[in-house]
Design a protein around this ligand. Structure first.
Ligand code: MEV
Length: 438
C-alpha cells in the first residue's frame, strides 16, 4: 500500500478508488458495494457525509421499536437501534410483562452537568483563592453573551468554584463549573463557556499579579462526561406472587429470590457486573443511538458511576419487602432532544416524534426504563430457562443468512428447530443434509 497525502482533500470517488486500489488491492466489487449503500437522494446523503470526515458511504444498523412500554402511566413505542439479535425482543417482552403489573416508573433526580478548567499556578494557595473569590462575579459576567440564551430557556452556568488539587499534582487547580443545559446535551455550549472562562481568568491572573505569580498555565478546558448530578431512576414493582410463571416451574417468591440473588452477584463480582451492565447498556444505547445521542458519553459515565465506591458493581438494585418485589436502575445519563444530531439525522427526528418530542429529562426516563427492561429480561432468562434458548432462536436468522439459506430452507429449518437447541454447527449440518437430499 502506498502512502497517501492530502486524503481529506480528495473527492469521495477518489477516496473510494484509493481504498479499492491501494488498500484492498483492486477488488472492484467493493467499489460497487460501497456505492450501493449511498442514499438515493443526494441531499440526504450530503447530510450523512457531513456528520463525520473522510466519509465513503453509510454503515447500516437495524432500526426497530419496542411497543407497549407503559411508563409513568403513558403508553410508548420506543425506537431502538442495535445490531444484536434478541435485544429488541427482550425489551418488548419485558414491556409486555410489566404492562400487566402497573408498568414502569421513572423519575429524574437532578439535571446538572459539570465542566472544568484545569490550570497550573505555582503561587500560594490562599492568594489564588482570594483572587478567585474577588473576581468570581466578574468571571460569571464575562461569559454572559454565551450563557444568555440558555438562561432564557431556564438553564445556564449555575455556579463556579475553585478546587485545590495541589496535593495530587503540584500547582494543579480547577475552576469547577456547574451547568444546566435544558434540553440540549450541551457539550458545545459547555466547552465554549469553559474556554472563554479559562481565557478570562488567565487574563485576570496575569493582570492582577506580578512576577512568577502572574504566570498561569491553562492545561485544558472541557466538560466532564461524568455527570452524577444529571441522574435518573427507573423501577418496577409488584407483589411477589404476581411474578409466578407456570413455564418456569417456580413460585413467584422462588423466582423473586433467585432473581435477587443474580442482582446481588452482579454487585459483588466484577466479571458478572460487567456483563450485567453490558446488558443494561444494550437497552440504553439502542435508544440513545436511535435518538441521535452520544452513546460513548453515556457508557463512559455509566461505568464510572458503577464504580463510584471504588469497586465496579452492577447498576441495578432489588428488594423484597413485605412481599413487594422492587427492581430499580439508577444512573447518570446526559442526553439531549434539541440540537446536534437530534435535529440533523432524519431517523433521530422520527424517533423523537415517536416519543412525542420529549424533553431531555423525559428521554432520560425512557432510556433508563429500556435499560431496566433489558436487565429484567436478561436476568429472567438467565435464572430460568438460560439465555441461549431465546437468544439462539433470535440469532437463527443470522446463521441462516450466513449459510445463504433460501426462503424455503429457512422455513424448513425454523420448523425443525422450533423446540431444539440451536447452534451454528447443528444448523450447518442439517442444512447440508437437506441440500444433499434435495
Ligand atoms: C448479551 O448481549 C447481554 C447479556 O449477557 C446480559 C446479561 O448477562 O445480563 C444477556
Amino acid at each position: 500500500m502506498n502512502k497517501v497525502s492530502g486524503f481529506s482533500k480528495l473527492s469521495k470517488l477518489e477516496k473510494i478508488n484509493y481504498l479499492v486500489d491501494e488498500v484492498l488491492e483492486g477488488r472492484p466489487s467493493v467499489n460497487k458495494l460501497i456505492k450501493s449503500f449511498w442514499h438515493d437522494d443526494k441531499e440526504e446523503q450530503q447530510v450523512f457525509d457531513d456528520f463525520s470526515e473522510n466519509t465513503l458511504t453509510n454503515f447500516y444498523f437495524p432500526y426497530g421499536v419496542a411497543p407497549n412500554v407503559l411508563l409513568n402511566d403513558e403508553l410508548l413505542c420506543v425506537p431502538m437501534v442495535i445490531e444484536e439479535s434478541s435485544v429488541v425482543a427482550a425489551a418488548a417482552k419485558s414491556a409486555k410483562f410489566w404492562m400487566d403489573r402497573g408498568g414502569f416508573k421513572s423519575e429524574v433526580i437532578s439535571l446538572n452537568k459539570i465542566g472544568q478548567v484545569h490550570f497550573i499556578w505555582e503561587g500560594a494557595t490562599s492568594k489564588i483563592e482570594t483572587l478567585f473569590n474577588e473576581v468570581k462575579d466578574e468571571l460569571l459576567d464575562s461569559v454572559k453573551s454565551l450563557t444568555r440564551n440558555m438562561e432564557k430557556r431556564g438553564g445556564g452556568l449555575l455556579d463556579i468554584k475553585l478546587v485545590d488539587r495541589t496535593f495530587d499534582e503540584p500547582g494543579y487547580y480547577q475552576i469547577w463549573c456547574e451547568f444546566n443545559t435544558c434540553d440540549a446535551m450541551g457539550a458545545n455550549f459547555i466547552n465554549s463557556v469553559l474556554e472563554s472562562l479559562a481565557k478570562n481568568f488567565a487574563d485576570i491572573v496575569e493582570s492582577k499579579f506580578d512576577g512568577a505569580d502572574s504566570e498561569i498555565q491553562i492545561v485544558m478546558a472541557i466538560l466532564s462526561n461524568y455527570t452524577p448530578d444529571c441522574r435518573v431512576k427507573a423501577w418496577v414493582e409488584c407483589h411477589v406472587d404476581d411474578l409466578e410463571d407456570p413455564s418456569h416451574g417456580m413460585s413467584g417468591r422462588e423466582f423473586a429470590e433467585k432473581f435477587s440473588r443474580a442482582v446481588r452477584i452482579a454487585k459483588i463480582d466484577v466479571n458478572r457486573a460487567t456483563t450485567h451492565n453490558k446488558g443494561i447498556f444494550n437497552g440504553i444505547d439502542s435508544v440513545v443511538l436511535a435518538t441521535g445521542n452520544d452513546f460513548r458519553a453515556v457508557e463512559a459515565c455509566g461505568h464510572t458511576w458503577a464504580c463510584r465506591d471504588g469497586s465496579y458493581r452492577g447498576l441495578t438494585d432489588v428488594s423484597i419487602v413485605n412481599d413487594i418485589f422492587r427492581f430499580k436502575l439508577e444512573l447518570p445519563l446526559s442526553l439531549g432532544t434539541v440540537g446536534g444530531l437530534t435535529s440533523l439525522h432524519p431517523l433521530a427526528k422520527v424517533s423523537l416524534d415517536m416519543l412525542g418530542r420529549p424533553s431531555a429529562a423525559k428521554l432520560m426516563e425512557i432510556s433508563a426504563t429500556i435499560g431496566l427492561a433489558q436487565n429484567f429480561s436478561a436476568l429472567r432468562s438467565l435464572t430460568t430457562t438460560g439465555i441461549q434458548k431465546g437468544h439462539m432462536k433470535m440469532h437463527l436468522m443470522n446463521i441462516l443468512n450466513q449459510l445463504e439459506a433460501t426462503d424455503a430452507e429457512k422455513e424448513i429449518v425454523r420448523n425443525k428447530f422450533e423446540d431444539e437447541i440451536i447452534s451454528f454447527g447443528g444448523i450447518r449440518e442439517f442444512l447440508s443434509g437437506l441440500r444433499n437430499y434435495q
